[in-house]
Design a protein around this ligand. Structure first.
Ligand code: 8YV
Length: 317
């Protein structure tokens, strides 16, 4: 008898899906027509859940799955799973820590360079035939230089450090904020986010959202200023989105590069309509390499937990 595994989100690597299906009785919840009927029929006998970092699983849903042996997060964020509840229940929760660091950092720099150099507006200008209509150089506004920008990193975990390593190669002076200074980080610590914003040409958000909702608000954006850029590859709700919309619309910041939003997949229309903003659809970890590595880690968690072992990657047990 195969173990019953509930998969809450699609996995994009065919080989990982094939291996999951060969090993387990996989139920793809996102394809289930009647979720309530599914829970009635299978909730009590489901032994593993695979979910996404930012989508997680609700506590109510976990309560409907009493036989669970593991929650395997196919992602790094744990903010959408009630870890305290899982800990109290003795339920292992695993995440793909470390697997997506490089890709997320790459995208942070990509978004920042795209925002500083107006890459998306430039692309549209050529693509839409505007260049031929307006060939004079003044038709495109001058951009801002990225190399040497003063970077403020918010959250100096794995991703923050990987962003810092990349930015250092561009000659960027780096400062950071976090809950506390870190002895093994050579960069300048600034305890107040607003101070960091004031001293930075670009703020890059790499922090977990758990205790930091709305920290980037009107005052922080004001401190970043009309020559400042904001990049978010962490969680949308780190930012007070209405404040960001207002700042972008009024030119109170120079621009933003955003991979994450408060209410995905809904992105405020003023952000979608602004040339100051470069947008992505929460895709920082979406490469073949990283998604394959993440899938391997999910497979490992499942096989360990379903053999009765404590998965070494467990964050709760
Ligand atoms: C993933 C994420 O896109 O890892 C996370 O926490 O938010 C994302 O990188 C997502 O979890 C993929 O399943």
């Amino acid at each position: 008898m195969k173990h019953k595994v509930l998969q809450l989100n699609p996995i994009l690597i065919p080989e990982i899906n094939e291996r999951l299906q060969a090993l387990y009785e996989v139920h793809r919840y996102f394809e289930v027509a009647d979720p309530e009927a599914w829970l009635e029929a299978h909730g009590a006998t489901t032994q593993a859940v695979i979910t996404g970092g930012h989508t997680g699983i609700s506590r109510q849903m976990l309560e409907r799955l009493p036989a669970l042996k593991v929650v395997a997060i196919n992602g790094v964020g744990t903010d959408a799973v009630d870890l305290a509840y899982c800990r109290a229940r003795g339920l292992p929760v695993t995440a793909t820590l470390g697997a997506l660091t490089e890709d997320v950092a790459d995208l942070a720099l990509g978004l920042l360079i795209a925002a500083c150099r107006n890459l998306c507006a430039g692309d549209r200008f050529v693509r839409e035939g505007q260049w031929e209509l307006f060939p004079q150089p003044s038709a495109i506004p001058l951009a801002r230089r990225f190399s040497g920008m003063r970077l403020g990193i918010v959250g100096m975990g794995r991703v923050g450090r990987a962003v810092a390593a990349r930015a250092a190669a561009f000659g960027c002076p780096i400062a950071y904020t976090d809950l506390q200074p870190m002895a093994d980080v050579p960069h300048r610590f600034v305890s107040e986010l607003i101070e960091l914003a004031r001293e930075s040409d670009a703020l890059v958000l790499c922090a977990a959202a758990d205790k930091a909702e709305g920290i980037v608000d009107a005052a922080v954006l004001e401190a970043l200023g009309p020559r400042g850029f904001l990049v978010n590859v962490a969680r949308g709700r780190l930012v007070n989105e209405p404040d960001l919309v207002a700042a972008v619309e009024a030119g109170r910041i120079a621009g933003a590069g955003l991979d994450v939003f408060v209410d995905e997949p809904r992105v405020p229309a003023p952000l979608r309509g602004s040339d100051r903003v470069t947008l992505q659809a929460h895709r920082a970890s979406a490469t073949w390499e990283t998604r394959t590595a993440m899938g391997e880690m999910v497979l490992a968690s499942l096989s360990q937990a379903l053999c009765g072992e404590r998965p070494p990657m467990s964050l709760t047990t």
